[in-house]
Design a protein around this ligand. Structure first.
Ligand code: G4F
Length: 334
């Protein structure tokens, strides 16, 4: 029998890769989309264009996390067996500017969804995409599923609340619920205001003389960066497993923003020193430290491990930018 999955945040980086994976696995896929004045669905464009897929095996519904009535109605109608909750305000720096919006969508939006699921006649298996940011500045490195939560920014606080609520609903109401503790995961589909994409885009644009320089904040900041395609496979494996639990998805390797710069500029044969500038505008009021994950549990129980190295990831992203920008006219700024 065909399995049905529902994805919140289907138009994002992870949503688009997960949609492809689930369609490959024979699922019928439904997703909620926000109404906006622009139609920002480019990551799914290749699937819309396929008449055998769009409105045959892939369906989109207007709904949002601040509109539980609509979400409830759609979930009653679709009756998915699996629900992947990827939506939310996901930019950490921005969460200092819009903390209420961040908590409204990322924390309360998740709780509203849990309340809807609890009332469904047959609640779906539920995956919550949570974040390493809820560890803040942990005493323990690498972090595991049992590392204490100590967030240091509004986004991390919202994720900590939502993660703990998922645990409460799993333990108290007996629902099949998984927290995927995701470390940074990137790809050519990453949003342009995240640092890897910003750097890879700039390296390619400077190479093609479409941009003069690149302004960044703290380039000594370190992260555990993997490929988004690997992480969505982990999501699916977690919901296919016999029992629910929490899983860290990470590479276990740390690199700095400076490493991203050097890898991306080397990929286009440029010396980064000629182009990269510091701009305090991109500094954050606080930075997490020592965020690196131990994915041993995901490996042992789900057979999951990352397949793409840091250098290959950054090179793939830079090449993708070169390809996309080459289609545009040069601006002529030598
Ligand atoms: O790319 P970032 O904005 O990602 P960040 O803050 O680590 O958050 C991402 O990963 C989390 C873990 O998976 C997710 F929960 C979250 O939703 C998001 O996907 O910044 C990475 C680092 C930071 O230390 C930042 O201060 O890069 C530093 N940085 C330096 N200059 C910059 C810049 N970040 C951005 N976005 N832009 C800059 O100009």
């Amino acid at each position: 029998m065909t399995r049905t999955a529902f994805i919140t945040g289907i138009t994002g980086q992870d949503g688009s890769y997960l949609t492809e994976l689930l369609l490959e696995q024979g699922y019928e896929v439904h997703g909620s989309v926000r109404r906006t004045s622009t139609l920002e669905r480019s990551r799914l464009a290749h699937l819309y264009a396929d008449p055998d897929i769009y409105n045959q095996r892939l369906f989109l519904h207007y709904a949002d996390l601040d509109d539980p009535t609509t979400l409830r109605r759609i979930l009653h109608r679709v009756q998915p067996q699996e629900l992947y909750h990827l939506a939310g305000q996901s930019h950490v720096g921005l969460s200092f500017e819009i903390p209420e919006t961040t908590c409204e969508f990322t924390a309360m939006g998740t709780l509203r969804l849990l309340e809807i699921l609890r009332d469904l006649p047959e609640p779906p298996r539920f995956f919550h995409a949570t974040s390493s940011e809820m560890f803040g500045r942990p005493a323990q490195s690498p972090q595991t599923e049992s590392t204490p939560l100590a967030p240091i920014n509004p986004y991390g606080c919202a994720k900590a609340f939502a993660t703990q609520m998922v645990r409460v609903y799993r333990d108290s109401h007996g629902l099949f619920m998984v927290n995927g503790i995701l470390y940074n995961h990137e790809s050519p589909r990453r949003g342009e205001n995240f640092v890897t994409r910003k750097i890879c885009h700039a390296a390619a644009a400077i190479k093609l003389k479409q941009q003069k320089e690149l302004s960044l904040g703290d380039t000594s900041a370190q992260r555990d960066w993997g490929h988004a395609r690997d992480y969505v496979r982990g999501m699916w494996l977690a919901l296919s497993h016999a029992v629910p639990g929490d899983y860290v998805f990470a590479t276990g390797k740390v690199h700095s923003v400076q490493d991203v710069i050097e890898t991306a500029f080397a990929a286009v044969d440029l010396d980064w020193r000629d182009y990269v500038r510091f701009d305090s505008h991109f500094l954050r009021p606080s930075e997490p430290l020592h965020l690196v994950g131990d994915a041993s549990k995901a490996k042992a129980e789900l057979g999951w491990s990352p397949t793409t190295s840091f250098a290959d990831l950054i090179r793939e992203m830079t090449q993708a930018e070169l390809g996309a920008l080459s289609l545009k006219e040069p601006q002529g700024n030598a």
